[in-house]
Design a protein around this ligand. Structure first.
Ligand SMILES: *[C@@H]1O[C@H](CO)[C@@H](O)[C@H](O)[C@H]1NC(C)=O
Ligand SMILES: *[C@@H]1O[C@H](CO)[C@@H](O)[C@H](O)[C@H]1NC(C)=O
Ligand SMILES: *[C@@H]1O[C@H](CO)[C@@H](O)[C@H](O)[C@H]1NC(C)=O
Length: 787
């Protein structure tokens, strides 16, 4: 306890005096005590009685006591020792606040006499309060990239204590970016300031937290803290970045419209709008790209809106940007390469480089160029590799020249008559998978060359013509055809000159040169001309022209135009009388005579039969129907007339029948031998002759039989052979020229219509014209056997 006199708080005093001075007249000197605040109750401040000069008895007697209300609260006087003791807790901060000195004035009163003593108690500060921040945390927003050195004022801490016990310093908890600095303001105010030491990067650390601690100067030191939260504000300092600088995408060219081809992706480290990315085509992107590709600005998906075509562009390069929405806008770039994969989508084509010209049929196989063609396919690689094909067996080949150019050339014989026009279908096929192909038909014609002669319908014709026909009638019509065309096929007919019986054939017939009709210019007589040939020629108008020949055999058919002529008994005139004699003694069957007649006609027309048409005595004589022998039917009797007459009718077998008659008169003579002898001789003479003839005949028949047999055998063998190749069994030996031989003086005519009906032996001199044997084996066949 210290008693400090003379120390005053003038302000406090003034207030005090204002209240009490008027009441109390006596004022002694001053007594002052100094105590720390917050003393325990009962703590002794000082010995008040002693300091006032009072004895122990005075304390009770004069009633020493603390008078003021305020004084009474905190202090009291100990009645025993007269000491001033602490009555209640004294808080300096409550009494005096932030005032630097805190003095409590006390009035102490003594009675008998009443005296007022003024004492002062100085309350000294102790460090009982810690610095305090008004807020527990402090938020500060700082944009990233703010320059270092910038200061941010912080809240000052409050400390109720004063003097050295008040706030003395501040510290920051450990951090990289900030430091603390104290700014001294006038009036000894200390303001803490946050100093940015290192630039902030929101992308590294977006929030910084640390503690600000305020320390006072007391002992021990008391502290207060507050939390500082620094939020780093983003600024658009990051460029959107694509994940890859180059996207390499392969796309088949047949990709459907609408397909998503690729998705590009960019990222931006910034946040908010600074990190919101929008994709776009670069500014210089050409329209051709924009018409094919679409870019979704939000997702970065590139999709197809047009058709890809490898052939027009095999590679698309697109530059893209990614922009954020910050201010300023930041922009990143990338490139997308679309490699288009070729698909076999183009059909190969055959193109005619030159139009085909007509080619001559005789040009082949000289490699004549028909047409120049080229093949093309817009695809590439295998898809564009083409091969050409010709139909199998066509007489053409493709001769390759440079790069897919070909010449269509002939490779085999051409025949306009087989194919007058060619439609060559060329197939072009590529090597894609699946392969595509197309066809092109090349049409051209073959021009005719006169390479075909006219051809007659038959190599030879046989015409059967009745004799005595009307001159000028059509005898026959030949016809020929020509496979060529135009003038090369225009045929004119002519008759080649030859001789018929020393007369030019053209005096017998003529031909219509246009249609081949052959006209007779004469009527023919079978008896004079039985057969002749005409050589006809058909000639086309080509250059050079071609021709062919055919033979027309004209056979004159016999008509029954000749009556039988009686040779024996000879007489100058037909139907005249002929005298024969015979003895009366003749028996039945006696040969009286033989009537012989000939017929210039042939065949049936010359088949002569004899018949008795009138007789003196029909019972006596008979004539052999075939031989003309007149014989007695019975023995002659005495009654028979010596003169007998027979009218013998001689008929041929023609149609109409021609006939002749001869009258034979027979004299029956008694015992008359001469005439009989004569007659016998006469009869023998012919009979000798007849015998010889019969011998010839037998020989002839025998040889004919042998010949016929041989011929039949040959024919049979031929028939069997020919039957393999042709149905007809017909030989054309009749066409041989041998039957026309004028040096033969004896000819046998054998007519066999089925069985042999007759054999005619004719003298070579009887008819100037040559005769022939014709043996018809079948209706279509005629064989001439010449002897
Ligand atoms: C892109 O891809 C294609 C085919 O896959 C390849 O040939 C080409 O070299 C690639 N380009 C780049 C730049 O990678
Ligand atoms: C040929 O022409 C003549 C005259 O025009 C005609 O009388 C005849 O019938 C023709 N012949 C043929 C086979 O057409
Ligand atoms: C046709 O006959 C004539 C005359 O005989 C002859 O010159 C010509 O060569 C013959 N033509 C043919 C194709 O045989």
């Amino acid at each position: 306890m210290t008693k400090t006199m003379g120390y005053r708080d003038w302000r406090w005093q003034a207030l005090w005096w204002h209240h009490f001075f008027l009441l109390w007249t006596t004022i002694d000197g001053q007594t002052r005590y100094s105590i720390p605040e917050e003393l325990k109750q009962g703590s002794v401040v000082g010995n008040l009685a002693k300091d006032l000069g009072l004895g122990l008895s005075d304390i009770f007697d004069r009633k020493l006591r603390v008078a003021s209300e305020a004084g009474k609260q905190y202090f009291s006087v100990d009645a025993g020792k007269g000491e001033l003791v602490v009555n209640d807790r004294i808080d300096r901060e409550a009494l005096c606040g932030q005032s630097a000195s805190c003095v409590l004035p006390l009035q102490v009163v003594t009675e008998n006499p009443l005296q007022l003593h003024r004492i002062e108690v100085e309350i000294k500060d102790i460090n009982d309060n810690a610095p305090v921040f008004l807020t527990e945390e402090k938020s500060i927003k700082i944009a990233e990239s703010t320059a270092t050195g910038i200061r941010f004022p912080l809240e000052t801490a409050q400390d109720l204590d004063v003097g050295s016990n008040s706030v003395k310093s501040y510290t920051l908890s450990k951090n990289d970016c900030f430091s603390i600095s104290i700014k001294e303001l006038p009036g000894n105010r200390k303001v803490p300031e946050l100093v940015l030491e290192k630039s902030l990067d929101r992308e590294k650390q977006s929030v910084h937290q640390f503690l600000l601690t305020a320390l006072d100067g007391g002992n021990p030191v008391k502290t207060g803290t507050t939390q500082i939260i620094i939020t780093v504000l983003d600024i658009n300092d990051n460029v959107p970045t694509f994940k890859r600088p180059l996207y390499n995408v392969t796309v088949p060219e047949n990709t459907n419209v609408g397909s998503i081809l690729v998705r590009v992706e960019a990222s931006d480290a910034d946040e908010g709008v600074n990190g919101e990315i929008q994709y776009a085509f670069a500014d210089h992107t050409p329209l051709s790209i924009l018409s094919i590709f679409r870019l979704d600005s939000g997702t970065g998906e590139i999709s197809l809106v047009g058709q890809l075509d490898y052939e027009s562009s095999a590679m698309h390069e697109i530059d893209l940007t990614a922009k954020d929405k910050g201010v300023p806008e930041m922009e990143g770039h990338c490139r997308v390469q679309f490699a288009v994969i070729d698909i076999n989508d183009n059909t190969p084509e055959v193109v005619l480089t030159s139009n085909p010209n007509p080619i001559r049929e005789d040009d082949a196989p000289s490699g004549t160029v028909v047409a120049l063609i080229s093949a093309r396919d817009l695809d590439s690689g295998d898809n564009g590799k083409v091969t050409l094909q010709l139909p199998k067996g066509s007489p053409f080949t493709l001769k390759p020249s440079f790069s897919n150019n070909y010449a269509l050339v002939t490779s085999g014989p051409l025949d306009r008559e087989s194919f007058s026009e060619y439609n060559i279908e060329i197939t072009v096929i590529d090597s894609g998978s699946p392969p595509l192909s197309s066809k092109k038909t090349i049409q051209f014609s073959i021009t005719d060359v006169n390479d075909n002669p006219p051809v007659f319908t038959q190599p030879s014709y046989s015409v059967y013509l009745k004799e005595n026909g009307v001159p000028g009638s059509i005898l026959y019509s030949v016809s020929a055809s020509d496979l060529d065309s135009g003038e090369n096929a225009k045929i004119s007919y002519s008759i080649l000159d030859s001789k018929v019986q020393d007369v030019s054939v053209s005096s017998y017939v003529y031909i219509n040169s246009d249609n081949g009709s052959i006209y007779s210019m004469h009527s023919f007589d079978y008896e004079k001309l039985k057969v002749f040939q005409i050589q006809v020629q058909a000639k086309d108008q080509g250059s050079p022209s071609l021709s062919s020949n055919a033979t027309v055999h004209v056979f004159i058919l016999d008509q029954n135009d000749n009556a039988p002529a009686v040779i024996y008994p000879s007489s100058a005139a037909m139907g005249s009388l002929s005298h024969q004699r015979m003895p009366r003694s003749a028996k039945a069957g006696h040969l009286v005579t033989k009537v012989t007649a000939v017929d210039a006609d042939s065949g049936h027309n010359a088949w002569i039969s004899y018949k008795v048409s009138e007789a003196t005595d029909a019972s006596l004589f008979t004539v052999n129907l075939y031989t003309g022998e007149v014989r007695t039917k019975r023995a002659v009797s005495e009654q028979d007339d010596s003169s007998q007459r027979l009218l013998i009718e001689i008929k041929d077998d023609g149609e109409p029948v021609q006939s002749a008659t001869v009258t034979v008169s027979i004299l029956l003579e008694d015992g008359l031998h001469e005439p009989i002898l004569d007659l016998r001789q006469k009869a023998v003479e012919p009979s000798k002759k007849t015998g010889r003839i019969t011998l010839y005949l037998i020989l002839s028949l025998a040889s004919i039989s042998v010949l016929s047999l041989v011929t039949f055998l040959i024919l049979a063998v031929k028939c069997i052979r020919n039957s393999r190749s042709s149905a007809s069994c017909c030989t054309r030996q009749s066409d041989c020229d041998d039957y026309k031989n004028p040096n033969r003086n004896l000819q046998l005519q054998l007519n066999t219509d089925g069985p042999i009906k007759y054999v005619e032996v004719l003298g070579g001199d009887m008819l100037s014209q040559s005769q022939s044997f014709r043996s018809c084996m079948s209706p279509c066949q005629s064989t001439v056997i010449s002897l």
